[in-house]
Ligand binder design. Structure first.
Ligand code: GLN
Length: 454
C-alpha cells in the first residue's frame, strides 16, 4: 500500500486522481496485517483500489467531475464501495472521469483531462486520451498506480477506456451491481464493474461487488457465482458468434486483423467460430443517444443549487434565476448538450417521434441478441473502431466522439454482460482491445472467453 500511495503522488501529472486518500489505503493494509495474523484474511484484504468519482463515498468529496457538485461530501457510502471495503479493500483516492460519465475521452471533466500513461506527450508524440468516461480508472490501473479500480459503463465507459489502455474491464449484466449511491447518468443503462490488469483480477473484484441490494429497485435477486474459482480458458464445445454487421464502413485494416486474431485465439482454445447476424446494429448509436440523454435530463434535474454542491446566487436574484445561474455555471458544455437533447426528445410534441421510437428500436436490438444467442454462446467483436486517439482530436466534433461507441452501445441497450480484454498493440505501439458479449447472467462465459484471449 505504501508503494501505491507513493506512486499516486509521483504520477500527479497524469491527473488520474481527483482526491487522494492515502490514510484509507494504509489503514486497510494495517487491517490486512491483523487479519493475516488472526487467520481471517478476506478476498481483497489490503488491496488499494482507485474509486471512480461517480461512487458516493462517505466523508470524501464526490463530484462526478462536475463543477456543480464541487464541495459535495456524501453522508453515505455507495453499496458497491461498501462491499469492496467490507471485503478488505482500501481506497487510494477518487478517480477522474468525464463529467457525469458523459464522454469517451475523459476530456469533459471539469477538473482537467487525464493523460494516457501509454503516450504522455513526450518525445514529439501527441498525448493520448485514456478513453472515457472511466479515464481516471483506466490510466491509474495501466500506470500501475493501483491493481484495480471501479468503473461504470452506460454505453461503453468501462470497456472502451480498458481497450485504450491495455487493461481488462467487465460490465456485468444490468442489475448485477447495485446502483445505490452511484451518481445517476442514464438509470436504465448504468452498470458498475471492475477494471483491472487481467481477467482473473476482474473476476475477483466482481465477486465482491455483485449481489442483490434492496435499495436498488432494478437489482437482480440472484446468488453471486464463484466466477474466479470457475475460470477456465478451455472453450471446447463453445460457439463464438461473429456479427457481420459490426464490420462497419471505414474500419481500419488493423482492427479487422485484430478481430481475426481474436477468432484464432478462441479457435485454439477449442471454440467453434460461427457467423451471426445482429440486423439492427446500425440503429444502436442513434437509439442510445436519444435514451441516454433523455434519462440524463431527468436525473440531472435535481442539481438545482438547493440540495447539493454549488449555488450561484446573483445579487437580487429570485429562485428561478438562482436555478438558472447555478446550472449555467456548474454544468459543462457536454452535460448541457445532453440535457438539451434529452428535454427535446421528451417534450410533448416530439416524445413519440423520438423517445417512443427509440424504446421500440431498443427492443429490436435486444431481440437481435436473443436470436443470435440461439446459435452461439458468446459474441466476439473489437471493443472500439480505433486505438486511442489524441487529446483534443475529437473534442470539437461531438458526433465523431459518439461514433467511437459504435461497438459498445448495442450490448448496453440489451443489458448484456460484456468485457474488453487486452489483445496486443497496433502499428504505433498503442493497445487494442477485443470485446466479448454474453447471454444475460453469463458473466462466466464472458470471463472464460476473455481468459482464452488475454
Ligand atoms: N461515451 C458514452 C457517452 O458519452 C458512454 C459513456 C458511459 O458509458 N458512461 O454516453
Amino acid at each position: 500500500a505504501e508503494a501505491h500511495v507513493a506512486a499516486v503522488a509521483d504520477a500527479r501529472a497524469l491527473n488520474a486522481f481527483l482526491v487522494e486518500t492515502p490514510d484509507r489505503a494504509l489503514a486497510a493494509a494495517d487491517a490486512a496485517d491483523a487479519d493475516r495474523a488472526a487467520g481471517t484474511l478476506k478476498p481483497l484484504s489490503g488491496v488499494p483500489l482507485g474509486i471512480k468519482d461517480l461512487f458516493c463515498t462517505e466523508g470524501v468529496e464526490t463530484t462526478a467531475a462536475s463543477g456543480i457538485l464541487k464541495g459535495f461530501t456524501p453522508t453515505y457510502e455507495s453499496t458497491i464501495t461498501a462491499k469492496l471495503f467490507a471485503a478488505g479493500a482500501g481506497m487510494l483516492g477518487k478517480l477522474n472521469l468525464d463529467q457525469f460519465a458523459m464522454g469517451s475521452s475523459n476530456e469533459t471533466s471539469a477538473f482537467g483531462n487525464v493523460i494516457s500513461p501509454w503516450r504522455r506527450g513526450d518525445g514529439g508524440n501527441a498525448p493520448m486520451a485514456p478513453g472515457g468516461s472511466s479515464g481516471g480508472s483506466s490510466a491509474a490501473v495501466a500506470a500501475r498506480l493501483c491493481p484495480g479500480a471501479t468503473g461504470t459503463d452506460t454505453g461503453g465507459s468501462i470497456r472502451q477506456p480498458a481497450a485504450f489502455t491495455g487493461i481488462a474491464g467487465i460490465k456485468p449484466t444490468y442489475g448485477r451491481c447495485s446502483r445505490w449511491g452511484v451518481i445517476a447518468f442514464a438509470s436504465s443503462l448504468d452498470q458498475a464493474g471492475p477494471m483491472a490488469r487481467d481477467v482473473r483480477d476482474c473476476a475477483i473484484m466482481l465477486e465482491a461487488m455483485a449481489g442483490f441490494d434492496a435499495k436498488d429497485a432494478t437489482s437482480l435477486d440472484l446468488p453471486v457465482p464463484h466466477w474466479e474459482a470457475n475460470l477456465s480458458g478451455d472453450l471446447k464445445g463453445k460457439r463464438v458468434g461473429v456479427p457481420a454487421e459490426y464490420r462497419v464502413d471505414g474500419m481500419p485494416a488493423e482492427i479487422e486483423a485484430l478481430w481475426r486474431r481474436g477468432e484464432e485465439y478462441l479457435r485454439d482454445a477449442g471454440a467453434e467460430i460461427v457467423p451471426v447476424s445482429l440486423p439492427h446494429t446500425a440503429h444502436a448509436l442513434p437509439t442510445y443517444y436519444i435514451i441516454a440523454p433523455a434519462e440524463a435530463s431527468s436525473n440531472l434535474a435535481r442539481y438545482d443549487g438547493v440540495r447539493y454542491g454549488l449555488r450561484d446566487l446573483p445579487d437580487g436574484a429570485n429562485l428561478q434565476e438562482m436555478y438558472a445561474a447555478t446550472r449555467a455555471a456548474g454544468f459543462g458544455a457536454e452535460v448541457r448538450r445532453r440535457i438539451m437533447i434529452g428535454t427535446y426528445v421528451l417534450s410533448a410534441g416530439f416524445y413519440d417521434a423520438y423517445y417512443t421510437k427509440a424504446q421500440k428500436v431498443r427492443a429490436l436490438i435486444a431481440r437481435d441478441f436473443e436470436r443470435a444467442f440461439g446459435a452461439c454462446d458468446v459474441i466476439l467483436t473489437p471493443t472500439a473502431p480505433s486505438a486511442a486517439f489524441a487529446l483534443g482530436e475529437k473534442m470539437a466534433d461531438p458526433l465523431a466522439m459518439y461514433l467511437n461507441d459504435v461497438f459498445t452501445v448495442p450490448s448496453s441497450l440489451a443489458g448484456l454482460p460484456a468485457m474488453s480484454v487486452p489483445a496486443g498493440l497496433d502499428g504505433q505501439g498503442l493497445p487494442l482491445g477485443l470485446q466479448i458479449i454474453g447471454r444475460p447472467f453469463d458473466e462466466q462465459g464472458v470471463l472464460n472467453a476473455g481468459l482464452a484471449i488475454e
